[in-house]
Ligand binder design. Structure first.
Ligand code: GDP
Ligand code: MG
Length: 174
C-alpha cells in the first residue's frame, strides 16, 4: 500500500498519544504517556484503496519548544489537536499551523483540526465551543472533528478525514 505520513501535533496533554493508541489498539489509559517520538503504522481504507498510515506521535509543542522541522519533512498531513477544555491549547493550533506553513513554504497543507476530550464537556469543563473549532478550520481550508479518546468517539473519523484531505487534489490516484 501507499505510505501516508501523518504527524499528530498540539500542546502537551491534549491527548495526542491517547488518540493514537485508541485508534491503533482500541485502548485508553488515564495516565499520561511521556512521548519522545513514536511512529505507529495502521492500514486505512479510503475509496477502496489501502493506505499505510504512518502516524507520528510528538512530544507536544508550546511557545518555547515550537514544532521541530523534522516533523514536516516527508509529511503528507497534519492532525492539529487541542483539548475542548483548554483555550490555550486551541490557540496553540494556530501557532503550529503558521510554523508548518512557514517551514514548508506552502500556503495550504492537509490539516484535520481535532477538539479532543468532549467527555469533559458533560462535566461542565468546555472552554472552546464546537462553532469556534469549525470556524477556524473553515478559515484554514481544514477539516474538523470533535473527539473523545477516553470514550472512543470519532477517533477513526480523524484518520478518515485526514486521508480524504491528503488525497483531495485528485481524488483517486492512478
Ligand atoms: P499528549 O501529551 O497530548 O500525548 O496527551 P496524553 O495522551 O498523554 O493524555 C494526557 C492526559 O489526558 C492523560 O491523563 C489522558 O488519560 C487524558 N486524556 C486523553 N484524552 C482524553 C479524553 O478524551 N478525555 C479525557 N477525559 N481525558 C483524556
Ligand atoms: Mg503524548
Amino acid at each position: 500500500p501507499k505510505v501516508r505520513k501523518i504527524a499528530v501535533l498540539g500542546a502537551r496533554s491534549v491527548g495526542k498519544s491517547s488518540l493514537i493508541i485508541q485508534f491503533v489498539d482500541s485502548t485508553f489509559s488515564e495516565s499520561y504517556y511521556p512521548t519522545i517520538a513514536n511512529t505507529f503504522t495502521k492500514i486505512i481504507k479510503h475509496k477502496g484503496q489501502e493506505y499505510a498510515a504512518e502516524i507520528i506521535d510528538t512530544a507536544g509543542q508550546d511557545e518555547y519548544s515550537i514544532l521541530n522541522s523534522v516533523h514536516t519533512i516527508g509529511t503528507h498531513g497534519y492532525v492539529l489537536t487541542y483539548s475542548i477544555a483548554s483555550k490555550s491549547s486551541f490557540d496553540m493550533c494556530g501557532v503550529i499551523r503558521d510554523k508548518i506553513l512557514n517551514d514548508t513554504g506552502m500556503d495550504w497543507v492537509p490539516i484535520v483540526l481535532v477538539g479532543n476530550k468532549t467527555d469533559l464537556g458533560q462535566a461542565g469543563q468546555r472552554a472552546v465551543t464546537e462553532e469556534e473549532g469549525k470556524a477556524i478550520a473553515a478559515k484554514w481550508g481544514a477539516l474538523f472533528v470533535e473527539t473523545s479518546a477516553k470514550v472512543g468517539t470519532n477517533v477513526t473519523r480523524i484518520f478518515e478525514l485526514m486521508l480524504a484531505q491528503i488525497e483531495k487534489p485528485n481524488g483517486e490516484e492512478a
